[in-house]
Design a protein. Structure first.
Length: 155
């Protein structure tokens, strides 16, 4: 088994990360153009982190999140937007390593806590020391769908 390296994403990771993003299970797939814009925006944002897990020359996972201020925490909190590990990388410590990297970043940027929303991987997060306190709800805004097609304006 090769060693897993986890580090902050860099511009050179854009294409390989795109392959993982496309595999992420979501009801709102992202277009390549939107991904490229968001990837660069996240790289440039000091309040955002994308960390990647690499095994040899292959990306096997990533975590993406950000920090924001929250009154309930009396300071900054870190929120995991998404975490993904390829099937063959699961149960090998990749997810744990990604979460460790995220928590380390969050601590370094002064966050008081790290949080995320999940139900499917609850046991994994409990094993990492996370506890559930409140339910998580979401509502898609606008038409509730993200188009993967370029927008077309009426002529």
């Amino acid at each position: 088994m090769r060693v897993i390296e986890v580090r902050s994403a860099e511009a050179r990771d854009e294409a390989a990360l795109w392959e993982l993003i496309r595999a992420f299970p979501t009801p709102t797939p992202i277009s390549a153009d939107a991904y490229a814009r968001m990837f660069q925006r996240k790289l440039d944002d000091p309040c955002a982190l994308i960390a990647v897990a690499r095994q040899g020359e292959t990306l096997v996972g990533y975590v993406s999140g950000h920090k924001h201020s929250a009154f309930y925490a009396a300071g900054d909190t870190a929120w995991v937007d998404e975490i993904f590990v390829v099937n063959h990388g699961r149960r090998m410590g990749v997810g744990r390593s990604l979460m460790t990297a995220f928590e380390s970043w969050a601590d370094d940027v002064g966050c008081k806590l790290a949080s995320l929303a999940t139900i499917g991987a609850a046991d994994f997060y409990r094993a990492l020391g996370y506890a559930t306190k409140a339910g998580y709800f979401k509502k898609y805004l606008g038409d509730g769908k993200q188009s993967t097609e370029p927008s077309r304006q009426a002529k």
